[in-house]
Design a binder for this molecule. Structure first.
Ligand code: NAD
Ligand code: USQ
Length: 411
């Protein structure tokens, strides 16, 4: 059955295949028998230049990455350097030439703090993300090919609080009372509640998917992913030149990887506010497995947009800081929260679809935390500590998340 599916789904185009999630996904799929072609405009590397920040790990240029992969495995991955938000004709031609069975779409500006830095950053994030997603959908329809689109969305489309219920996978059951007293049952897209301009672009992507699925019958899977942690998967560990990126700066570093890096370089763990925010997490190894599962379990023609919650566990930020502190002895600093977000929230999420398809989650308890600390320690000398504070604030009235001597600290 597995082989049957693979025979049918052979070519996968990865949009954003140079990024933190896209690069390991490209190698994982290539290693599992898929013919992979990447499209990326390297904008993430240009943003590093703009922010004068960079990956903690020494990532190689795309040409080196692809050459080393071929040397190790004999497998060729194609690469097009193109801006999918702006170069529609190129995107269409690449799709027509490569004729992919599946397109995996990672190619968006993904940092919430970056999207809130200034009007220019807000406008760039909206222009880039909405045009990228719309161009992909439009080009799939214009190509006339039956391509399954797998998109990386976010748990943040839901907001992070509920009335105690578990957040369902995309659709909410509702009951509408009619004038005759009848009660009609329906399922609607879960109400959008974005917490940043970046997250807002992901809520708008959902409407593009709804429309193109309804109007043109495009087969779409939208993966509502939690915060990804970890660095490597087995494929990126085959050679140091295949290493994945590791962001730790105040804009792109996500919370758990930031804490691990901060612990490795002896910087106090920067908990925003009370640290009462609860978020969903997934290890990068599970990200790549989930994408393979989504590819191998496509919606049928005529199905509505399939939505999976791609996360494996939830944690409160102060508990994560405590865990890392206990493992490493790092002090914790409670800094002002630069974001406009609830100080405390509970979060319960359904993730049954991936579990039912065979995902065996990698949890924080699996000892991987320590493995990641090792990575952070190995490359600690590459760290620029001045890039750690989160300086992007959500409103003019907020303060950046910079630790000071007055802030409460715990060992
Ligand atoms: P990333 O920034 O490392 O990678 C995105 C890649 O897309 C980059 O290589 C960038 O150059 C490319 N790109 C962006 N705009 C493009 C354009 N217009 N044309 C061509 N290429 C373009 O981000 P990531 O962490 O790998 O995230 C990938 C996707 O997964 C994003 O859509 C993000 O919203 C989603 N996601 C990420 C996380 C996480 O924790 N990293 C969590 C949930 C969802
Ligand atoms: N936080 C801290 N200290 C830090 C950094 C962050 O306390 O040093 C807090 C933030 O205030 C926030 C939480 O940790 O409450 C998560 O922040 P984050 O930067 O790790 O994650 P977020 O901004 O939500 O974005 C990341 C990815 C994004 C993805 C999202 C999934 O960058 O692409 O969509 O995670 S989710 O959070 O589930 O919406």
């Amino acid at each position: 059955m597995e082989n049957e599916k693979k025979e049918k789904t052979n070519k996968v185009m990865i949009l954003g295949g140079d990024g933190f999630c896209g690069w390991p996904t490209s190698l994982h799929l290539s290693n599992h028998g898929y013919d992979v072609v990447i499209v990326d405009n390297l904008s993430r590397r240009n943003i590093d230049n703009e922010l004068e920040a960079g990956s903690l790990t020494p990532i190689q240029p795309m040409g080196v990455r692809l050459r080393v992969w071929k040397e190790h495995t004999g497998k060729q991955i194609g690469f097009y350097n193109s801006n999918i938000a702006k170069e529609y004709e190129t995107l269409l031609q690449v799709i027509q030439r490569e004729r992919p069975d599946v397109i995996v779409h990672f190619a968006e500006q993904r940092s919430a703090p970056y999207s809130m830095k200034s009007p220019r950053h807000k406008r760039y994030t909206v222009d880039n993300n909405l045009n990228a997603t719309h161009n992909v959908l439009c080009a799939i329809v214009e190509s006339g090919l039956d391509i399954h689109l797998v998109h990386l969305g976010t748990m943040g489309v839901y907001g992070y609080g509920t009335a105690g219920m578990k957040i369902p996978e995309g659709y909410l059951d509702i009951e509408v009372p009619t004038e005759t007293g009848e009660r009609i049952h329906q399922q609607i897209l879960y109400p959008a509640n974005p917490g940043s301009i970046y997250h807002m672009t992901k809520t708008q992507d959902q409407l593009f998917f709804y429309y193109y699925n309804k109007n043109d019958g495009v087969r779409i899977t939208d993966l509502h992913q939690g915060i990804v942690w970890g660095t490597n998967i087995p494929e990126t560990m085959q050679d140091e030149r295949l290493i994945n990126r590791f962001d730790y700066d105040g804009d792109y570093g996500t919370v758990l990887n930031r804490f691990l890096m901060q612990a490795a370089v002896g910087y106090p763990l920067t908990v925003h506010g009370t640290g009462g925010q609860t978020r969903a997490f997934i290890h990068i190894r599970d990200t790549v497995r989930c994408i393979q599962l989504a590819i191998e379990n496509p919606p049928e023609q005529g199905d509505r947009v399939m939505i999976f919650n791609q996360m494996t566990e939830t944690h409160r930020i102060r508990d994560l800081a405590q865990l890392v502190s206990e493992l490493t002895g790092a002090p914790i600093a409670y800094v002002p929260d630069p974001r406009n977000e609830a100080a405390e929230n509970d979060l319960h999420v359904k993730n049954e679809l991936f579990l039912s398809k065979g995902l065996n989650p990698t949890t924080l308890q699996d000892g991987l935390l320590e493995e990641v600390i090792e990575i952070a320690k190995r490359y600690a000398d590459r760290a620029d500590l001045s890039k750690i504070p989160a300086t992007s604030t959500w409103t003019k009235h907020q303060q950046p998340g910079i630790p000071t001597l007055e802030q409460p600290m715990r060992a």
